[in-house]
Design a protein around this ligand. Structure first.
Ligand SMILES: [Zn+2]
Length: 106
């Protein structure tokens, strides 16, 4: 979801909580008209909303995550497969489990 930045209106500059704040909302939602903390009028700043970035599987892997997607009962596809790991993780075959001890070592 995009994150928009709000600022208190010029007429009501003082909020004891936050001068500006970020608010996550759908772009089709109406902009906030009042501050959720003090209830005074706010304006949405005209800036490009920040989109929370979805990480690709290879980025997850580079950050040290392991992602398994269930394909069948007890069977998972290893989306962050590293060298030497199996494409599928089978609950009944422990040798197919991701090599976490190797990931931690890296
Ligand atoms: Zn406020």
């Amino acid at each position: 979801m995009p994150i928009y930045t709000y600022q208190h209106s010029k007429d009501n500059p003082d909020c004891e909580h936050v001068p500006t704040f970020d608010f996550e909302q759908m772009s089709r939602d109406f902009p906030l008209s009042v501050c959720p903390w003090c209830g005074k009028p706010v304006d949405r700043l005209l800036s490009t909303p920040t989109i929370k970035k979805k990480l690709f599987d290879c980025e997850l892997r580079d950050k040290g995550f392991t992602k398994l997607v269930r394909v069948d009962d007890g069977l998972y596809e290893n989306m962050t497969r590293r060298a030497g790991e199996d494409k599928y993780v089978d609950r009944r075959r422990p040798e197919t489990l991701p090599h976490l001890e190797k990931t931690i070592e890296d």
